[in-house]
Ligand binder design. Structure first.
Ligand code: SF4
Length: 452
């Protein structure tokens, strides 16, 4: 058995959404607390965990390829433990162990608390090691009392909710992450205070439908207000909200609290009511537009982004055109665009076969959508050239001598500067745009003065 954890080195490689990145940090935190050393590349590790995403077929294929590559490492080092965790592990379970016999462990997102025991339970002698699948759902598991191992810096992602109570017909999440589980508000605020002590000033609250949060009589607007008022927190964002829970109270808090950024990611998914109904999104285009109007009335300078899926089974050309019309009507600052991807186990797989859109047509719709969305983005950003914005510097830019940061409205800005600026706020004038990104220059003055 792998008894001496302190001698063990673990490498965690994460794919997929920010929730998964956060889970990767949670696994590292759990293992580090048990004496494991976290290493930065798989060649140095005794245990490699591939933390996976199941949202699209393409993501799964990529992970399967990566896991096969890691088998090469195992041939050099037969003692190496390979584990697959996360949504794809939960979805494929025993099938994955069968398809990839060199994988020792599969573990779903509700079981990370038992990760150290599971690794310890694997036999040290590779020829005697039995594959292990840990896939139970735990309806109360919100990882209370466990700490993530975060990288240093002024920005942190803070999970406040796991799982989802919706059943959008295209989505695998409820089947791999289980029903919604919310953390207690006191724990969350306590953690925020701890993060501030560690130097964090920008926070993103995370949840699958983050604004449906409710725990101990506190709902999401209450929690957002509490978090925004923690001394030392300068920026708060949240993702991803569900449109049906964008309420007047939430918008009121967003508008009233200085720390809440003027930015909202609002997944629309489609601009056609029949498609939205068949996706089980629980709102109509008209209701979505009303919500957007409410947000823009309260926060006129807000930057809006969205997610759109094209070629959902049965989507007609006219219905797709409705989505393009929505893009023109709302003029989102940014859009994450996808082709429908069939996921085994989701309700949409039961739609009649003839409804499935041929790949060429789906690709053509995606390209049209990207084209429209990029043109709108470039026009909006061109209009914003000349503004002076507060930028939080995140990392070095692609070119030497440049750094990259984000405005409160989540716009990416590159400007001349050295790496010592990383983590600082600066006052930057947006001088030009490439379409999606701004090129700026630092201006003297207080970083409090923005949006000129
Ligand atoms: S709200 Fe819908 S799309 Fe979002 S995670 Fe839940 S089921 Fe998936």
């Amino acid at each position: 058995m792998l008894q001496n954890a302190s001698a063990k080195r673990v490498y965690v490689e994460t794919y997929g959404c920010q929730m998964n990145v956060s889970d990767g940090e949670l696994m590292e935190g759990i293992l580090a607390a048990r004496g494991y050393t976290i290493v930065e590349n798989p060649e140095e590790a005794d245990v490699v965990l591939v933390n996976t995403c199941a949202i699209r077929e393409h993501a799964e294929r990529r992970v399967l390829g990566r896991v096969s590559q890691l088998n090469g490492l195992k041939r050099e080092n037969p003692d190496l433990v390979i584990g697959v965790t996360g949504c794809m592990a939960q979805r494929m379970g025993d099938d994955l162990l069968e398809k990839a016999p060199f994988v020792d462990l599969v573990m779903g997102p509700d079981s990370y608390r038992s990760l150290p025991q599971a690794i310890r339970g694997l036999d040290d002698k590779p020829q005697e090691r039995k594959q292990l699948a840990v896939l139970a759902f735990h309806s109360e598991e919100n990882y209370k009392g466990l700490e993530q191992r975060r990288s240093e810096g002024p920005s942190a992602w803070l999970p406040i909710q796991r799982g989802c109570n919706h059943r959008c017909t295209f989505c695998i999440v409820p089947y791999v992450r289980g029903p919604e589980k919310n953390r207690g508000p006191r724990d969350i605020v306590e953690e925020v205070r701890g993060l501030v002590k560690d130097g964090v000033s920008e926070l993103t609250l995370l949840g699958q439908t983050v604004n449906s949060y409710s725990s101990e009589g506190i709902d999401f607007p209450d929690l957002l207000r509490e978090v925004a008022r923690v001394h030392g927190i300068r920026r708060v964002r949240f993702t991803s909200p569900h449109p049906i829970d964008v309420t007047p109270r939430l918008v009121e808090v967003m508008a009233a609290e200085d720390a809440v950024c003027e930015q909202l990611h609002l997944p629309a998914q489609s601009g056609n009511n029949r498609t939205l109904r068949r996706m089980l999104r629980r709102y109509t285009v008209e209701q979505l537009l009303e919500k957007i109007e409410m947000v823009r009335d309260a926060i006129p300078d807000i930057a809006l982004s969205t997610d759109i899926i094209v070629a959902f089974p049965g989507e007609t050309e006219d219905e797709f055109q409705d989505t393009l019309e929505l893009m023109h009507t709302v003029r989102f600052d940014d859009a994450f665009t996808y082709k429908y991807s069939l996921r085994e186990g989701t309700p949409a797989t039961r739609l009649p076969e003839e409804d499935f859109i041929p790949p060429d047509e789906a690709q053509a719709r995606l390209e049209q959508l990207i084209d429209v969305s990029r043109r709108i983005q470039a026009e909006i950003n061109q209009d914003e050239v000349g503004r002076i914005e507060e930028v939080l510097i995140e990392k070095c830019g692609r070119h030497k001598g440049q750094v990259l940061g984000r405005t409160r409205r989540n716009k990416v800005v590159v400007f001349d500067g050295d790496p010592t600026l990383i983590g600082e706020y600066r006052r930057i004038q947006l001088e030009r745009t490439t379409g999606a990104t701004f090129i700026g220059a630092e201006r003297l003055g207080s970083v409090g003065a923005v949006g000129v």
